[in-house]
Each structure stands twice: as structure tokens, then as C-alpha cells.
Design a protein around this ligand. Structure first.
Ligand SMILES: Cc1cc2nc3c(=O)[nH]c(=O)nc-3n(C[C@H](O)[C@H](O)[C@H](O)COP(=O)(O)OP(=O)(O)OC[C@H]3O[C@@H](n4cnc5c(N)ncnc54)[C@H](O)[C@@H]3O)c2cc1C
Length: 457
């Protein structure tokens, strides 16, 4: 089939790569002169800056690690020094406990909060499964109010830069929702482990593979060596002249009988819409689809990069980074210790800290002028990380529509939009629908291929 992929961000590129491998005549139409969308890597003053995603977990069998391996992109694993995570709460930086002994010793929760947390297995599972709930409501119900505020809400900020009250549990954290459906976090984990073991035993006895397909890949956090830009580069090369850069799509029109689709003046058998939903609204001339696409939104984000002499910033050499709990007198949402996590991200003897601002939690921050963003970030690394030296490098990357926000009820909105799009041979892809992370986009490519295949012949 002749398939157009509109949008050359990672969502579009991963889908196009999978469609090409499945034998389709695929063409990616990308507005800008470079592909990758929000993802990109640049070097300024010897500091290597990620413009959006900077890493992915190795676990999922069809995720980014598998794609890097298929494309021959060398990857590196996060440094062992990056294991510790910090939470800034009640005016102090506190370590996130990694095991029960650390939890007992931790000052992140009071004794009451710790007791609430360990009571989780004894709480009844929610009976009303028909309605979605926010991550915060779920966490407060199962883990207690303290853990919801001190552990879960900062984690939601770390992924969605959002307030945990406004993110859907089932869409934003589907694995946790699945555990709850199995009776709770601890009970669900135990049941899943038992099912996994039973599946492995069956496979051994029968000599067959389990339905899950390939075995899980490596554990841990990974990134292409030198940054995510290398993955975009490899996908672009693989697509060659099928990737049409500097090609802005203006109109996508369904045809009578819905057997083809016209994009500007060119006819295709199907289209994959991999632009952010708010861009797609003005493009599709299918009113019932445009109406549904208005429901999806991305929050603005600003990244401030600060470089320091290593001697002036000893604390950023232990751990992945720090997240700021809501209600603190600090505007940065979180800090990533880039040069501790990855090799060669800062010049010798220096460190690089990435400060995340804006998001759904504080959208106004992402619109501040560069000078104000930098001054705020410098003040906040002083307050949170105790760095008082002047930075040797400062720079800003910002996105007016950066991070997809999956509000409560997201899954229903996706189902409805997907059904309308499908009726016109349009597949909805990209961060707004089935998962915003790099791994989600890579894994979603298989669903795109299945949808397109259903129209063949
Ligand atoms: C600051 C930040 C940090 C993040 N950190 C992480 C992380 O650490 N780990 C992780 O897994 N994920 C992370 N993410 C999420 C992840 O990077 C994004 O969700 C994902 O890259 C979005 O990809 P996309 O292809 O859906 O959209 P985009 O990257 O937005 O791509 C859409 C493309 O469509 C093109 N386009 C738009 N209109 C048109 C048109 N009319 N015609 C043609 N083309 C058009 C655009 O130019 C763009 O290239 C982060 C995101 C941000 C913003």
C-alpha cells in the first residue's frame, strides 16, 4: 500500500520504519528541515544537551532498545552512580528509599506514613472499575496521603511534568492499573510473577514459546551513545528519500467510499497521522475527527542547562537526579544530573545539570524569557542542590507543546478518536494517544502496521 506518514517525530519515524519493513510504499512528510520533532541532541560549549527524551528503560521487548539494536545504533547503560533518586520536600533533599531497610531508615515519610504504605496489600481493590481515576486518587487510596504526596506525585512530575491529580491512572500508568485489577500492588505483583512462572513451566513442558513473543530485553536505563539524536539519524538514514523534509502538510481529505486519502494534492491508500493532535485539528477535513482531536493536549516545557566545575557541585555526582514535591518554594520541577548518568556529556572536570520547568504543573514558567528562566534555575540549584558557584554554561531549549498530558478519561477519548479515524483510513500515532515515552512510540509501530494491513487487498 502507498502510505503517508504525516510528521517525522519519533512516533512517525518508528511507524514508517515498521511499515517499510512490512513491505509498504511509505512516505514521511515532515514540515521541518530536520526530523525528530522534539527529540534532538546538540553540543554547546562542550556540553551535550538532549532537547526532550534522554533515556529509555531496557525492559519492553519491542521498545527503543530493540529498535536501536535492529538499526545498529550503539547504546550505553546509565552509570551505576545514577541509581539514587532524590526528592526535595519540606525544604530538604531526601533520598528515595530503594528497599525496605532504607524505607525504615528514611526521613521521607513519618512513621504513620510508612505504616500506611505497608498496609497496601491489606486494602480492598476498587470495585468500580468502569471509571478512570487520577493517579493521585489511586495513590492516596492505596498507599496513604503521605506516600501520594512524597513519592507518587513527584514521580508523575518526573514523567509528565504534571500534577498527579490531573493524570489518568489507566492511561498514564497502565501497568499499575493492571496490578490494581489483580487485587492491589503487592498482590498483583505476586499474581503476575506466579503467572509468569506458570507460563515458563508450560513452555518448558510443551517446548513452545509463550504468547508474549520474544523474551524481555535487558533491565536498566539506556540511551544511544552520544544521545537520542543518534536514533533519529539512523531512522532517517534507513528511510532515505522516503523521508521528505521541509514538507508542510496543509490538508488531509478523506475520499468518497473511504478507499483512499488525499494529502494536499497526492493520493495515498492510507495515512498515519503522527503530528501532535493540536496540529492535526487544522489539517484534517473530517469534522468529526477534528472535534475529537481537540481533546488532546501537550503541556509546554522549558529545559535550562547549567554547567559547573565539578568541584563546585559534589552533590550532583550521586544519583540520577532530584524531583521537587508540589508546594515547595522552588520553581524547577526536577533536575537531571546528565553528566553523572551518561559519559561524556560535559567537558572534563565539569558537570551538566538539566533543569525542567513548566509542564502541566506550572505552564506559565515555560513562557518566561531566557534570562529569567536561567536566573530562576540558578537560584533553585542553590536552594535544592546547594550549588552556589556561578555556572560556566547556561542555555535553554523550550517547547510550546512539549509533553503529552493524559487526563482522566484519556483511554475513552482515544478509543473514540481512533474509531472515527479508522473509518477514513487514518491511523492516529505519536505521543498523544497510546503512550508518550520513547518506548511506547517504538512499540506502537506494530499496532500501526496491523491497522494498515487491515485495509490491504
Ligand atoms: C522536555 C521533554 C522531555 C522528555 N523526556 C523524555 C524521556 O526522558 N523519556 C521518554 O521516553 N520520553 C520523554 N519525553 C517524551 C518524548 O520525547 C515525546 O513524547 C516524543 O518524542 C514525541 O514524539 P512525536 O513523534 O509524537 O511528536 P513530535 O516529536 O512532536 O513530532 C511531531 C512532528 O510532526 C511535525 N509536524 C507538525 N505539523 C506538521 C505538518 N503540518 N506537516 C508535516 N509535519 C508536521 C513536527 O515538525 C514534528 O517533527 C520528553 C518530552 C519532552 C518535551
Amino acid at each position: 500500500m502507498k502510505v503517508a506518514v504525516v510528521g517525522g517525530g519519533l512516533g512517525g519515524l518508528a511507524a514508517a520504519h515498521a511499515l517499510l519493513a512490512a513491505g509498504h510504499d511509505v512516505h514521511v512528510l515532515e514540515e521541518h528541515a530536520r526530523a525528530g520533532g522534539v527529540i534532538g541532541t546538540s553540543t554547546v560549549d562542550g556540553y551535550v544537551r538532549e532537547h526532550a527524551a534522554s533515556s529509555f528503560l531496557g525492559g519492553p521487548p519491542h521498545g527503543a532498545l530493540a529498535l536501536c539494536e535492529a538499526l545498529g545504533v550503539p547504546v550505553e547503560q546509565a552509570s551505576p552512580r545514577a541509581k539514587r533518586r532524590w526528592i526535595y520536600i519540606d525544604g530538604k533533599l531526601r533520598a528515595l528509599p530503594r528497599n525496605p531497610i532504607e524505607l525504615v531508615r528514611s526521613d521521607l515519610l513519618t512513621w504513620r506514613g510508612k505504616l500506611d504504605l505497608v498496609r497496601e496489600p491489606f486494602r480492598p481493590a476498587r470495585t468500580d472499575r468502569d471509571h478512570d481515576e487520577s493517579v493521585h486518587a489511586f495513590a492516596a487510596r492505596r498507599l496513604g496521603a503521605e506516600a501520594a504526596r512524597a513519592i507518587v506525585a513527584p514521580a508523575v512530575t518526573g514523567i509528565y511534568a504534571a500534577d498527579a491529580h490531573s493524570i489518568s491512572l489507566e492511561a498514564g500508568f497502565p501497568r499499575i492499573a493492571a496490578l490494581e485489577a489483580d487485587g492491589g500492588l503487592v498482590r498483583g505483583l505476586a499474581k503476575q510473577a506466579a503467572r509468569g512462572l506458570a507460563g515458563k513451566l508450560m513452555a518448558r513442558v510443551t517446548g513452545k514459546r509463550t504468547a508474549e513473543g520474544p523474551s524481555r530485553t535487558r533491565r536498566g536505563m539506556f540511551a544511544p551513545r552520544g544521545g537520542l539524536g543518534a536514533l533519529i539519524e539512523a531512522l532517517s538514514q534507513r528511510l532515505g528519500d522516503r523521508l521528505r523534509l521541509a514538507t508542510q502538510v496543509e490538508s488531509i481529505a478523506a475520499t468518497q467510499g473511504a478507499k483512499s486519502i488525499v494529502i494536499d494534492d497526492e493520493t495515498f491508500d492510507a495515512a498515519v497521522l503522527a503530528v501532535p493532535a493540536h496540529h492535526a485539528v487544522g489539517m484534517v477535513n473530517v469534522p468529526e475527527l477534528a472535534t475529537r482531536l481537540r481533546d488532546f493536549r501537550r503541556a509546554p516545557a522549558a529545559l535550562v542547562y547549567l554547567g559547573f566545575p565539578a568541584t563546585a557541585a559534589p552533590d550532583v555526582q550521586d544519583g540520577f537526579g532530584a524531583l521537587v514535591a508540589q508546594g515547595e518554594d522552588v520553581r524547577v520541577l526536577g533536575f537531571v544530573f546528565e553528566s553523572t548518568v551518561w559519559a561524556q556529556r560535559a567537558p572534563a572536570g565539569h558537570v551538566l545539570v538539566r533543569c525542567i520547568m513548566g509542564g502541566g504543573r506550572d505552564p506559565a514558567a515555560a513562557a518566561l524569557p531566557d534570562s529569567e528562566l536561567i536566573a530562576t534555575a540558578v537560584a533553585d540549584v542553590g536552594t535544592v542542590l546547594g550549588i552556589t558557584a556561578r555556572p560556566t554554561h547556561t542555555s535553554v531549549v523550550r517547547w510550546s507543546h512539549g509533553i503529552a498530558q493524559y487526563g482522566v478519561g484519556h483511554r475513552d477519548r482515544v478509543r473514540s478518536a481512533v474509531a472515527v479515524a479508522r473509518a477514513h483510513r487514518i491511523v492516529l500515532a505519536g505521543a498523544d494517544y497510546q503512550g508518550p515515552a520513547v518506548n511506547d512510540l517504538c512499540a506502537d509501530a506494530a499496532r500501526v502496521v496491523d491497522e494498515v494491513r487491515s485495509w490491504a487487498g
